[in-house]
Design a binder for this molecule. Structure first.
Ligand code: SAH
Ligand code: SF4
Length: 379
């Protein structure tokens, strides 16, 4: 932005004002940027575009904690963004690609294939979409259900596709929900879209803009080995989560095709490098699939695989998708899996199963569209 404005003869001061309007005040209309010089405003209006994403569909979970948006990109592609709020804190799950090229068999996004990378602006615009909603309309955001039937049901459940922590308590309604967490866990593989994801993280964390604390940004990757080394070397300040799903090569390759390219020995070497270089804990995602990767053998193999590593495992009972017949693990299998990990002193969390009634699992909203809807999206 500085470069663009410098090319037009404006100093950094003007770029700073524009930046602040966009990311601090989150103004979505150039006409509202009254402190910009009028001729600058006119030129921006003529030569640039203030991207905001149109909402194609919006749905809300019955429990009121989750809102899911199908947002339309300028070329008609549709991506998913999910807003989750409880305890007065909000988390947004954003997409980094339209579709995904990695083809994980249990994933709705993987099943739809790859359409294209998102630009940094399109990644950040998803965050702005929810911060604007949060600041405009806390009264419109569903009030927490308190003692309602739904919240009771939720508390007892095990987990999935949800990106939420395992600490839901009955919560009093909160007047305002500020966005704290950004998770790069929507559609797409962030490290396959490396440069745009990096630029988006830089924008999100910029102190004079949205100022999201880097420790509250989580990047989840299927495990692109060279990219993990790169982000360790470049010192990205975000939390890293690696989607493991199996602790032996053959089982992993059956779920995550990319595992054929980088076997576990190479992936784990990259993860160990990251932890040593960054001096940070690393997180592993594990979608629990009944009878597949929830066995005691896999739990022991995982315990051995992560031995000595500063690691935390997030267990996510599988979300059902149209293109995969696996089933989520039952609660007893989840508990058994967790207790075996505990024998290896490996901390783990079982994720809340929330938003399932609105297809909150990755890629599921778009996947669930009718043919007519799909035609409309592709323009
Ligand atoms: N591409 C990245 C981030 C997006 S997917 C990655 O794979 O890590 C975010 C998380 O959702 C990943 O851990 C992924 O394995 C998981 N996931 C995808 N489909 C799922 C499903 N049907 N049930 C449970 N978890 C799923
Ligand atoms: Fe892509 Fe992640 Fe889905 Fe795999 S799980 S297909 S990497 S979005």
């Amino acid at each position: 932005m500085r470069d663009l404005l410098a090319g037009w003869g404006y100093s950094d001061y003007h770029a700073g004002r524009l930046w602040s309007y966009l990311y601090r005040q989150q103004v979505s209309d150039l006409a509202e940027m009254t402190e910009l010089r009028p001729e600058l405003g006119q030129r921006l209006a003529a030569e640039t575009c203030l991207g905001s994403l149109a909402t194609q569909r919006e749905i809300q979970s019955g429990d009121g904690y989750t809102r899911k948006f199908l947002l339309e990109l300028p070329d008609g592609q549709a991506i998913e963004t999910v807003l989750m709020a409880f305890h007065g804190r909000a988390t947004v799950c954003v997409s980094t690609q339209a579709g995904c090229a990695m083809g994980c068999v249990f994933c709705a996004t993987g099943q739809m294939g790859f359409q294209r990378h998102l630009t940094p602006g399109e990644i950040v615009a998803q965050v702005l979409h929810v911060t604007r909603l949060l600041s405009l309309s806390s009264h419109k955001f569903p009030q927490f259900p308190g003692n309602s039937r739904n919240s009771k049901e939720l508390e007892g459940q095990a987990i999935s596709g949800g990106l939420l922590r395992n600490n839901l308590h009955q919560s009093a309604p909160s007047a305002s929900h500020s966005l704290r967490n950004v998770v790069l866990m929507g559609m797409g593989e962030p490290l396959h879209n490396f440069e745009a994801t990096r630029a988006a993280v830089q924008i999100l964390t910029d102190d004079s803009g949205l100022a999201i604390a880097p420790r509250f940004i989580t990047l989840s990757t299927v495990g692109l080995v060279p990219a993990i080394y790169r982000l360790a070397d470049e010192g990205w300040p975000v939390r890293l989560a690696v989607s493991l799903h199996a602790a032996t090569d053959e089982e992993r390759a059956a779920l995550v095709p990319i595992a054929r390219k980088w076997p576990l020995s190479e992936l784990m070497a990259a993860c160990r490098y990251y932890v040593e270089k960054r001096q940070r804990r690393i997180f592993f995602e594990w979608a629990l699939i009944a009878g597949q990767n929830d066995t005691p053998e896999q739990a022991h193999a995982l315990g051995r695989l992560l031995h000595g590593l500063d690691a935390h495992v997030n267990l996510i009972p599988l979300n059902l998708t149209a293109g995969y017949e696996g089933r989520p693990s039952d609660p007893a299998a989840v508990r058994r899996f967790q207790s075996i990990l505990a024998e290896y002193n490996l901390p783990s969390t079982v994720r809340q199963r929330r938003g399932l009634d609105i297809d909150a699992g990755c890629g599921q909203l778009r996947h669930g569209l009718t043919a007519t809807d799909e035609q409309r999206i592709s323009g």
